[in-house]
Design a protein around this ligand. Structure first.
Ligand code: SF4
Length: 177
């Protein structure tokens, strides 16, 4: 299939790209991550990814928009699960881009991380696929996680210490006494 792969960062892209290429899919990467804060962190992750895709010859579309305010508004909605909002915001935009590119399917590198809400990603991906008439290519990339961490270390790629949003940065560094 022609697949648009939503990519959250360079290190997380390693295993999914390898696996989807081995399966014979035509792959194109797509970076749209307004959840990454602050801007310097956003830029650093994007720079790392661009260097990596150039080395492995993967075409990459980059949406440079840094939609901090829109993201925060969605994440702060009363009673919402901020991660669900975050996944939906990114997948909807990925699906729109996939349609524009004539792709039949989209997927996401978020499915590689043992720290993400894996089942929720699958549910949101399938929901967005239904809304947009595309196929959500679900794969459990997690078995490839450890080997990919090693590769990213060997390549001296920047590896982030928190998920992305300012809330996750707080959870990582600001431990309640
Ligand atoms: S913790 Fe991660 S997945 Fe959840 S809202 Fe923040 S950036 Fe998005």
């Amino acid at each position: 299939m022609n697949v648009l792969l939503h990519i959250c960062c360079g290190p997380c892209s390693i295993a999914p790209i390898q696996q989807l290429r081995e399966q014979g899919h035509q792959l194109q990467g797509y970076f749209f991550n307004p959840n990454i804060h602050p801007y310097k962190e956003f830029k650093r992750r994007l720079d790392t990814l661009q260097e990596y895709v150039a080395a492995i010859e993967l075409p990459l579309m980059v949406d440079q928009r840094y939609l901090l305010e829109e993201f925060l508004q969605r994440a702060m909605q009363t009673g919402c699960d901020r991660c669900e909002q975050c996944y939906e915001m990114r997948f909807l935009q990925t699906a729109i881009a996939a349609k524009e590119q004539g792709c039949e399917a989209f997927s996401t590198t978020l499915l590689v991380s043992p720290y993400q809400k894996h089942e929720l990603i699958r549910q949101v991906g399938e929901r967005v696929a239904e809304q947009t008439g595309l196929h959500f290519l679900y794969e459990d990339f997690r078995p490839g996680w450890k080997a990919a961490v090693e590769i990213s270390r060997q390549r001296e790629m920047y590896r982030q210490a928190y998920c992305g949003c300012i809330f996750s940065e707080k959870e990582r560094y600001c431990k309640a006494k």
